[in-house]
Design a protein around this ligand. Structure first.
Ligand code: ADP
Ligand code: MG
Length: 355
């Protein structure tokens, strides 16, 4: 029977001296899945990738691809291929030669390699680019050459280490969508690493949030966003309001008393209750407090900043009893759409909105 996973990481640890760069990490990736590892710089993402590729060896644990242990298997014998942030294209070669290179290295005849490279270039939207120098291409085109060079080898698993990191913002936005579409078209399994939460949220089927060598949570983008398992995940994935204070819990309800004495009400897991989170889009706004009448959390505030960002603009609201301004989504329509700094406003949210 074919294994139901393409990749299994089983209790993998990598130490450099006394420091565990990767600390007892386990996960599996299903065939065709776009799986991302999201975490801040230095948390161990590249080290984990390099172990999967075979450039680095685990201190302990097992790495299996389609059920086969890779321990002791050299990098060039593993059915994986890696795309680096630098892309690592050969500047002296043409586009076609770059794509064909890996095939000829594996003993494919020159004629067949050229033919397969040409077909692959067509599939990534670079038909007719084979003769060009890679140095004459735009950033987005080079990105596609790097992907073509990787996919032409038909790897079981593609590893991508911050491949969009060198692109400017606009191109990055575009390439996110393009990469996701390419992955869907080829139905190849992708393990993608990034420190950029929006990249991970947009592209991934599942995301692992990594912090200091460990996985904090693995889940779909929606699960991570709406039900973060740890304070780190809540802060790292998306914008959020942090409410820290002293907690008391009874009957599944929690109350957090902020240092000022203000109390917020939620439904909660005791133990995490002292630190609660409310997403900006869960904060209701009204100039007339009676419009927030039934909400258990209602506070008076004043707009301290309007962060205009087109469709996703926000308000910061200095709120009585809160150490930091409450962040809310700026309404696109209605009486609050044109609200100005200094305007009084009431904020409110449900008990459910507190995580
Ligand atoms: P990330 O890719 O998430 O930014 P890395 O995997 O590159 O993180 O690094 C994780 C940690 O391991 C860092 O503290 C880094 O300094 C350390 N590290 C990585 N490679 C080596 C190495 N070859 N020797 C010693 N320490 C290393
Ligand atoms: Mg890295």
């Amino acid at each position: 029977m074919a294994p139901s996973t393409d990749l299994d990481i089983v209790r993998v640890t990598k130490r450099f001296g006394a420091h565990a760069a990767v600390d007892d990490v386990s996960f599996s990736v299903a065939p065709g899945e776009f799986f991302s590892i999201l975490g801040p710089s230095g948390c161990g993402k590249t080290t984990l990738m390099r172990m999967i590729a075979g450039f680095e060896h685990p201190t302990s644990g097992d790495i299996r691809i389609r059920g086969q242990s890779m321990i002791g298997v050299p990098a060039n014998r593993r059915p994986v291929n890696m795309v680096f942030q630098s892309l690592a294209l050969f500047p002296m070669m043409s586009v076609g030669e770059n794509v064909a290179y890996g095939l000829t290295c594996r003993g494919v005849s020159r004629a067949e390699a050229e033919e397969r490279a040409g077909r692959m270039l067509e599939r990534v939207g670079l038909k007719g680019f084979g003769e060009r120098r890679v140095t004459a291409l735009s950033g987005g085109q080079r990105q596609r050459v790097a992907i073509a060079r990787c996919l032409v080898l038909e790897p079981t698993l593609v590893l991508l280490d911050e491949p969009l990191g060198a692109l400017d913002l606009k191109l990055r936005e575009h390439m996110k969508i393009e990469l996701k579409q390419l992955q869907g078209t080829f139905n190849t399994t992708f393990a993608y690493i990034t420190h950029d939460q929006s990249e991970a949220l947009v592209m991934s089927d599942r995301i692992a949030v990594m912090n200091q060598g460990r996985f904090e949570q693995v889940g779909s983008p929606r699960e991570l966003y709406h039900n973060p398992a740890t304070p780190f995940v809540a802060s790292f994935v998306g914008e959020t309001n942090r409410l820290q204070g002293e907690a008391s819990a009874s009957n599944g309800a929690i109350a957090v008393r902020l240092p000022s004495g203000a109390v917020v009400q939620g439904q909660g897991r005791a133990g995490q209750a002292a630190l609660a989170f409310v997403r900006p889009e869960a904060v209701a706004l009204a100039q007339d407090p009676s419009l927030l009448g039934s909400l258990p959390n209602r506070f008076e505030g004043r707009v301290s900043a309007v962060l205009f960002d087109g469709a996703a603009s926000s308000l910061l609201i200095d709120t009585a009893g809160f150490a930091e301004p409450v962040r809310a989504v700026l309404p696109q329509a209605g009486p609050l759409a044109g609200i100005q700094v200094g305007a009084p406003v009431h904020v409110g949210w449900t008990a459910d909105a507190m995580k």
